[in-house]
Design a protein. Structure first.
Length: 224
């Protein structure tokens, strides 16, 4: 039994980038700029749902079969579960911090959001690094292709379609040609067509709105 887990690392790259950009973009908002605060708060809510659904898929579909098949590796799975709880707690703090800032875009509230984002990113990066180093090799050995694919099915079933296209664009943004081919190959042909016609231009508009023109120009062009 062996499954290719590379797609998980490609997804993780997007969460690493977006968690960093959120901190930088929020920190740059001028006091009182409520329009900009709303844009970034909305972006955070999409990021949050994507990360929640990603982790929920692992909680429900990856950890249980792994725990039933591994002995010495059980401590790794249990550590992943504990890390998910810490990431979830950091998101809950942001659920309070963002609305408090969004209303009037005060400097103090902005700085509280930045601090909460820094805390969130620290626990997230710790988890992603650990998962890639210790858990993915375990999954490659003990999880079937069908079980692995079920996590993607969970994401699709639990994410609004416009947000799903946005998240897909985020995953493809920093992917190299081989990685893009790997990710796109998992999609049915009609879904690939929707991505090319609707998803790609929609993601480009979202990036311009969230990051601003200069940052958007520096972002790698999303192909696929």
């Amino acid at each position: 039994m062996s499954v290719n887990t590379q797609d998980m690392e490609i997804v993780h790259r997007a969460f690493r980038r977006e968690s960093r950009l959120l901190m930088e973009l929020v920190a740059a908002v001028a006091p009182g700029d409520t329009a900009r605060a709303k844009v970034l708060a909305d972006h955070f809510r999409g990021y949050r749902l994507g990360l929640h659904n990603h982790h929920e898929g692992e909680d429900e579909l990856l950890w249980p079969p792994l725990l039933s098949r591994v002995d010495l590796g059980a401590d790794i799975v249990l550590r992943m579960e504990a890390q998910h709880e810490r990431v979830a707690a950091s998101l809950t703090r942001l659920d309070t911090a963002f609305p408090a800032w969004e209303g009037a875009a005060g400097a103090g509230e902005r700085d509280a959001v930045v601090a909460a984002l820094a805390e969130h990113r620290a626990v997230l990066i710790e988890h992603l690094d650990d998962e890639e180093a210790t858990l993915l090799p375990l999954a490659a050995e003990h999880i079937t292709e069908q079980e692995w694919a079920s996590m993607g099915d969970h994401m699709v079933a639990n994410t609004p379609k416009p947000l799903l296209l946005r998240l897909f664009g985020a995953v493809l943004e920093d992917a190299d040609p081989a990685e893009r081919a790997l990710v796109l190959s998992a999609l049915p042909a009609p879904v690939r067509a929707i991505w090319h016609v609707i998803g790609r231009p929609s993601y480009a508009r979202h990036v311009r709105r969230v990051r601003g023109v200069r940052r958007a120009r520096r972002a790698r062009h999303v192909r696929g």
